[in-house]
Design a protein around this ligand. Structure first.
Ligand code: MG
Length: 319
Protein backbone atom coordinates (compact mmCIF):
# COMPACT_ATOMS: atom_id res chain seq x y z
CA UNK A 1 0.00 0.00 0.00
CA UNK A 2 1.26 3.45 -0.94
CA UNK A 3 2.04 5.20 2.35
CA UNK A 4 0.55 8.41 0.95
CA UNK A 5 -2.77 6.60 1.12
CA UNK A 6 -2.47 6.02 4.87
CA UNK A 7 -4.30 8.13 7.39
CA UNK A 8 -2.69 9.82 10.41
CA UNK A 9 -4.80 9.69 13.57
CA UNK A 10 -4.48 12.62 15.95
CA UNK A 11 -5.82 11.26 19.25
CA UNK A 12 -7.59 13.92 21.33
CA UNK A 13 -9.36 11.74 23.92
CA UNK A 14 -7.09 12.59 26.87
CA UNK A 15 -7.76 16.31 26.23
CA UNK A 16 -10.92 16.98 24.22
CA UNK A 17 -12.60 13.80 25.44
CA UNK A 18 -11.88 14.17 29.14
CA UNK A 19 -12.55 17.91 29.29
CA UNK A 20 -16.21 17.24 28.48
CA UNK A 21 -16.66 14.31 30.86
CA UNK A 22 -18.11 14.98 34.32
CA UNK A 23 -15.74 12.50 35.95
CA UNK A 24 -12.41 14.01 36.92
CA UNK A 25 -9.62 11.51 36.38
CA UNK A 26 -6.50 11.43 38.54
CA UNK A 27 -3.09 12.06 37.01
CA UNK A 28 -2.32 8.34 37.34
CA UNK A 29 -5.55 7.38 35.52
CA UNK A 30 -4.77 9.85 32.73
CA UNK A 31 -1.25 8.47 32.53
CA UNK A 32 -2.54 4.90 32.27
CA UNK A 33 -4.92 5.91 29.47
CA UNK A 34 -2.25 7.75 27.47
CA UNK A 35 0.21 4.88 27.80
CA UNK A 36 -2.48 2.46 26.59
CA UNK A 37 -3.15 4.72 23.58
CA UNK A 38 0.57 4.96 22.84
CA UNK A 39 0.85 1.17 23.07
CA UNK A 40 -1.92 0.87 20.47
CA UNK A 41 0.37 2.69 18.02
CA UNK A 42 -1.32 6.08 17.88
CA UNK A 43 1.30 8.38 16.36
CA UNK A 44 0.01 11.59 17.94
CA UNK A 45 -1.69 12.15 21.30
CA UNK A 46 -2.97 15.43 22.70
CA UNK A 47 -2.36 14.77 26.37
CA UNK A 48 -3.93 17.73 28.14
CA UNK A 49 -4.37 21.45 28.35
CA UNK A 50 -2.67 24.40 29.98
CA UNK A 51 -5.80 26.48 30.32
CA UNK A 52 -6.52 27.70 33.85
CA UNK A 53 -7.64 24.78 36.04
CA UNK A 54 -10.71 26.68 37.24
CA UNK A 55 -11.94 26.71 33.63
CA UNK A 56 -11.40 23.00 33.03
CA UNK A 57 -10.79 21.19 36.32
CA UNK A 58 -10.69 17.84 34.49
CA UNK A 59 -7.35 18.85 32.96
CA UNK A 60 -5.73 20.43 36.02
CA UNK A 61 -2.28 19.04 36.72
CA UNK A 62 -1.41 18.60 33.05
CA UNK A 63 2.12 19.81 33.91
CA UNK A 64 2.56 16.98 36.41
CA UNK A 65 1.07 14.52 33.92
CA UNK A 66 3.52 15.60 31.20
CA UNK A 67 6.48 15.28 33.56
CA UNK A 68 5.41 11.74 34.46
CA UNK A 69 4.81 10.88 30.80
CA UNK A 70 8.23 12.10 29.71
CA UNK A 71 9.82 9.92 32.38
CA UNK A 72 8.27 6.81 30.77
CA UNK A 73 9.64 4.70 27.98
CA UNK A 74 7.46 5.88 25.11
CA UNK A 75 7.25 4.51 21.55
CA UNK A 76 9.84 6.12 19.25
CA UNK A 77 8.37 8.89 17.15
CA UNK A 78 5.30 9.43 19.34
CA UNK A 79 4.23 13.07 19.11
CA UNK A 80 2.62 14.52 22.21
CA UNK A 81 1.01 17.93 22.44
CA UNK A 82 -1.15 20.06 24.71
CA UNK A 83 -3.59 22.89 24.27
CA UNK A 84 -2.43 26.37 25.26
CA UNK A 85 -4.72 29.44 25.37
CA UNK A 86 -2.02 32.11 25.48
CA UNK A 87 1.69 32.78 25.98
CA UNK A 88 1.51 31.92 29.69
CA UNK A 89 0.18 28.49 28.72
CA UNK A 90 2.91 28.15 26.11
CA UNK A 91 5.58 28.91 28.70
CA UNK A 92 4.16 26.29 31.05
CA UNK A 93 4.00 23.66 28.30
CA UNK A 94 7.61 24.33 27.29
CA UNK A 95 8.78 24.30 30.90
CA UNK A 96 7.31 20.78 31.29
CA UNK A 97 9.24 19.61 28.23
CA UNK A 98 6.55 19.56 25.53
CA UNK A 99 7.69 20.38 22.00
CA UNK A 100 4.23 20.66 20.44
CA UNK A 101 1.26 22.80 21.39
CA UNK A 102 -2.13 23.65 19.94
CA UNK A 103 -4.02 26.94 19.98
CA UNK A 104 -7.76 27.21 19.52
CA UNK A 105 -10.25 29.70 18.23
CA UNK A 106 -13.60 29.69 16.52
CA UNK A 107 -14.86 30.76 13.11
CA UNK A 108 -17.96 32.05 14.90
CA UNK A 109 -17.71 35.32 16.81
CA UNK A 110 -20.22 34.28 19.50
CA UNK A 111 -18.61 30.88 20.06
CA UNK A 112 -15.13 32.43 20.23
CA UNK A 113 -16.38 34.94 22.79
CA UNK A 114 -18.06 32.26 24.95
CA UNK A 115 -15.24 29.74 24.64
CA UNK A 116 -12.21 32.02 24.98
CA UNK A 117 -13.61 35.30 26.35
CA UNK A 118 -12.09 37.09 23.37
CA UNK A 119 -13.16 38.42 20.01
CA UNK A 120 -11.82 36.68 16.90
CA UNK A 121 -9.61 39.74 16.28
CA UNK A 122 -8.15 39.49 19.80
CA UNK A 123 -7.49 35.75 19.43
CA UNK A 124 -5.65 36.43 16.18
CA UNK A 125 -3.60 39.20 17.85
CA UNK A 126 -2.61 36.79 20.65
CA UNK A 127 -1.60 34.04 18.23
CA UNK A 128 0.31 36.44 16.01
CA UNK A 129 2.66 36.77 19.00
CA UNK A 130 2.40 33.25 20.42
CA UNK A 131 3.03 31.19 17.29
CA UNK A 132 6.30 32.88 16.23
CA UNK A 133 7.45 32.82 19.86
CA UNK A 134 6.82 29.06 19.97
CA UNK A 135 8.53 28.51 16.64
CA UNK A 136 11.58 30.43 17.84
CA UNK A 137 11.89 27.87 20.63
CA UNK A 138 11.51 24.99 18.17
CA UNK A 139 7.96 24.26 19.32
CA UNK A 140 5.44 23.14 16.70
CA UNK A 141 2.00 24.75 16.75
CA UNK A 142 -1.30 23.33 15.53
CA UNK A 143 -4.26 25.67 15.16
CA UNK A 144 -7.82 24.58 15.85
CA UNK A 145 -10.60 26.42 14.07
CA UNK A 146 -13.93 25.36 15.53
CA UNK A 147 -17.53 25.80 14.37
CA UNK A 148 -16.53 25.55 10.70
CA UNK A 149 -19.68 23.51 9.92
CA UNK A 150 -21.97 25.57 12.14
CA UNK A 151 -22.24 27.35 15.48
CA UNK A 152 -24.45 26.48 18.44
CA UNK A 153 -25.28 30.19 18.85
CA UNK A 154 -25.18 31.63 15.32
CA UNK A 155 -26.20 28.65 13.19
CA UNK A 156 -24.54 28.57 9.76
CA UNK A 157 -21.00 29.98 9.53
CA UNK A 158 -19.51 31.31 6.29
CA UNK A 159 -16.66 28.89 5.49
CA UNK A 160 -14.73 31.78 3.89
CA UNK A 161 -14.41 33.32 7.37
CA UNK A 162 -12.96 30.03 8.60
CA UNK A 163 -10.57 29.90 5.65
CA UNK A 164 -9.38 33.45 6.34
CA UNK A 165 -8.64 32.50 9.97
CA UNK A 166 -6.82 29.36 8.81
CA UNK A 167 -4.72 31.37 6.37
CA UNK A 168 -3.81 33.87 9.11
CA UNK A 169 -2.75 31.09 11.50
CA UNK A 170 -0.61 29.48 8.78
CA UNK A 171 0.95 32.88 8.00
CA UNK A 172 1.91 33.20 11.71
CA UNK A 173 3.69 29.84 11.44
CA UNK A 174 1.12 27.22 12.43
CA UNK A 175 2.18 23.85 11.04
CA UNK A 176 -1.32 22.47 10.74
CA UNK A 177 -4.93 23.66 10.88
CA UNK A 178 -7.57 21.37 12.31
CA UNK A 179 -11.07 22.17 11.07
CA UNK A 180 -13.71 21.38 13.63
CA UNK A 181 -17.35 20.41 13.31
CA UNK A 182 -17.78 21.36 16.94
CA UNK A 183 -21.48 20.49 17.17
CA UNK A 184 -21.36 17.48 14.86
CA UNK A 185 -23.99 18.59 12.37
CA UNK A 186 -22.00 18.51 9.13
CA UNK A 187 -23.14 16.49 6.13
CA UNK A 188 -20.92 15.07 3.38
CA UNK A 189 -22.00 17.59 0.73
CA UNK A 190 -21.11 20.45 3.05
CA UNK A 191 -17.81 18.76 3.85
CA UNK A 192 -16.99 18.51 0.16
CA UNK A 193 -17.68 22.24 -0.23
CA UNK A 194 -15.70 23.27 2.86
CA UNK A 195 -12.66 21.07 2.18
CA UNK A 196 -12.62 22.07 -1.51
CA UNK A 197 -12.70 25.74 -0.48
CA UNK A 198 -9.83 25.25 1.97
CA UNK A 199 -7.75 23.43 -0.63
CA UNK A 200 -8.49 25.71 -3.54
CA UNK A 201 -8.71 29.11 -1.82
CA UNK A 202 -11.07 31.94 -2.72
CA UNK A 203 -10.95 35.42 -4.24
CA UNK A 204 -9.32 36.76 -1.07
CA UNK A 205 -6.34 34.42 -1.14
CA UNK A 206 -4.86 30.96 -1.70
CA UNK A 207 -5.92 27.71 -0.14
CA UNK A 208 -4.05 25.59 2.39
CA UNK A 209 -2.31 22.39 1.18
CA UNK A 210 -3.92 19.08 2.20
CA UNK A 211 -0.81 18.14 4.21
CA UNK A 212 -1.45 21.07 6.53
CA UNK A 213 -5.13 20.32 7.10
CA UNK A 214 -6.83 18.01 9.57
CA UNK A 215 -10.49 17.24 10.15
CA UNK A 216 -11.96 17.24 13.66
CA UNK A 217 -15.44 15.77 13.40
CA UNK A 218 -18.06 15.20 16.06
CA UNK A 219 -20.63 12.47 15.68
CA UNK A 220 -23.76 14.13 17.09
CA UNK A 221 -25.78 13.34 13.95
CA UNK A 222 -23.90 10.13 13.09
CA UNK A 223 -22.26 11.69 10.02
CA UNK A 224 -18.65 11.98 11.22
CA UNK A 225 -17.33 8.97 9.29
CA UNK A 226 -19.14 9.95 6.09
CA UNK A 227 -17.57 13.40 6.38
CA UNK A 228 -14.10 11.91 6.95
CA UNK A 229 -14.46 9.69 3.90
CA UNK A 230 -15.40 12.62 1.65
CA UNK A 231 -12.42 14.59 2.98
CA UNK A 232 -10.13 11.59 2.45
CA UNK A 233 -11.23 11.39 -1.18
CA UNK A 234 -10.28 15.06 -1.55
CA UNK A 235 -6.78 14.35 -0.18
CA UNK A 236 -7.07 14.96 3.58
CA UNK A 237 -5.09 12.38 5.57
CA UNK A 238 -5.01 13.73 9.14
CA UNK A 239 -8.07 13.00 11.26
CA UNK A 240 -8.74 13.85 14.89
CA UNK A 241 -10.60 11.31 17.01
CA UNK A 242 -11.12 10.50 20.67
CA UNK A 243 -10.87 7.06 22.23
CA UNK A 244 -14.34 5.61 22.81
CA UNK A 245 -15.99 8.76 21.45
CA UNK A 246 -15.29 10.37 24.81
CA UNK A 247 -16.55 13.84 25.50
CA UNK A 248 -20.24 13.89 24.65
CA UNK A 249 -21.60 17.06 23.13
CA UNK A 250 -22.02 19.99 25.54
CA UNK A 251 -24.71 21.43 23.24
CA UNK A 252 -26.69 18.20 22.89
CA UNK A 253 -26.74 16.32 26.20
CA UNK A 254 -26.67 12.56 25.75
CA UNK A 255 -25.51 12.79 22.13
CA UNK A 256 -22.28 11.31 20.82
CA UNK A 257 -19.26 13.59 21.08
CA UNK A 258 -15.97 13.34 19.29
CA UNK A 259 -15.69 10.78 16.53
CA UNK A 260 -14.53 7.55 18.23
CA UNK A 261 -10.97 6.58 17.32
CA UNK A 262 -11.93 2.89 16.97
CA UNK A 263 -14.71 3.76 14.50
CA UNK A 264 -12.32 5.82 12.38
CA UNK A 265 -9.49 3.28 12.46
CA UNK A 266 -11.68 0.26 11.82
CA UNK A 267 -13.49 1.79 8.83
CA UNK A 268 -10.25 2.80 7.11
CA UNK A 269 -8.51 -0.48 8.03
CA UNK A 270 -11.35 -2.46 6.50
CA UNK A 271 -11.02 -0.35 3.34
CA UNK A 272 -7.35 -1.37 3.13
CA UNK A 273 -6.11 2.05 4.26
CA UNK A 274 -3.45 1.92 6.95
CA UNK A 275 -3.10 3.96 10.14
CA UNK A 276 -0.42 2.04 12.03
CA UNK A 277 -2.89 1.57 14.90
CA UNK A 278 -3.50 -1.88 16.39
CA UNK A 279 -7.27 -2.13 16.73
CA UNK A 280 -7.26 -4.79 19.47
CA UNK A 281 -4.92 -2.71 21.60
CA UNK A 282 -7.03 0.34 20.87
CA UNK A 283 -10.05 -1.53 22.28
CA UNK A 284 -7.96 -2.18 25.39
CA UNK A 285 -7.27 1.55 25.69
CA UNK A 286 -11.03 2.09 25.29
CA UNK A 287 -11.61 -0.31 28.17
CA UNK A 288 -9.21 1.73 30.31
CA UNK A 289 -11.06 4.95 29.40
CA UNK A 290 -14.47 3.46 30.15
CA UNK A 291 -13.34 1.98 33.46
CA UNK A 292 -12.00 5.31 34.70
CA UNK A 293 -14.81 7.46 33.30
CA UNK A 294 -17.40 5.15 34.79
CA UNK A 295 -20.09 5.03 32.12
CA UNK A 296 -20.53 3.31 28.75
CA UNK A 297 -18.77 5.28 26.02
CA UNK A 298 -20.52 6.00 22.74
CA UNK A 299 -17.99 4.44 20.33
CA UNK A 300 -19.85 1.87 18.24
CA UNK A 301 -16.95 -0.45 17.51
CA UNK A 302 -15.78 -0.30 21.10
CA UNK A 303 -19.20 -1.38 22.40
CA UNK A 304 -19.39 -4.11 19.73
CA UNK A 305 -15.97 -5.36 20.84
CA UNK A 306 -17.11 -5.31 24.47
CA UNK A 307 -20.18 -7.32 23.46
CA UNK A 308 -18.02 -9.94 21.77
CA UNK A 309 -15.66 -10.11 24.66
CA UNK A 310 -18.09 -9.35 27.46
CA UNK A 311 -16.62 -11.81 29.93
CA UNK A 312 -13.11 -10.60 29.22
CA UNK A 313 -14.14 -6.96 29.62
CA UNK A 314 -15.76 -7.65 32.96
CA UNK A 315 -12.63 -9.43 34.13
CA UNK A 316 -10.48 -6.45 33.05
CA UNK A 317 -12.77 -3.93 34.70
CA UNK A 318 -12.39 -5.83 37.95
CA UNK A 319 -8.62 -5.57 37.95
MG1 MG B 1 -13.83 17.78 19.72
Amino acid sequence: MDSNANIIVHEVGPRDGLQNEAERLSVSARLELILALAAAGLPRIEVGSFVRPEWIPQLADTGELVRQLLAQKLPAGLRMSALVPNRTGLARAVECGLREVAVFMSASESHNQKNTNKSIADSLREFEQLIPEARKQGVTVRGYVSCVWGCPFEGPVDPKRALEIGRRLVSFGAEEISLGDTIGVGNPRQTREIVSLFLGGDAAGPGIPAGKLALHMHDTHGTALANCLVAYELGIRIFDAAVGGTGGCPYAPGAAGNLATEDLVSMFTEMGIGSGVDLERLFEAGAVAQRHIGHALTGRRLQAAFGRRAKLAVARAAT
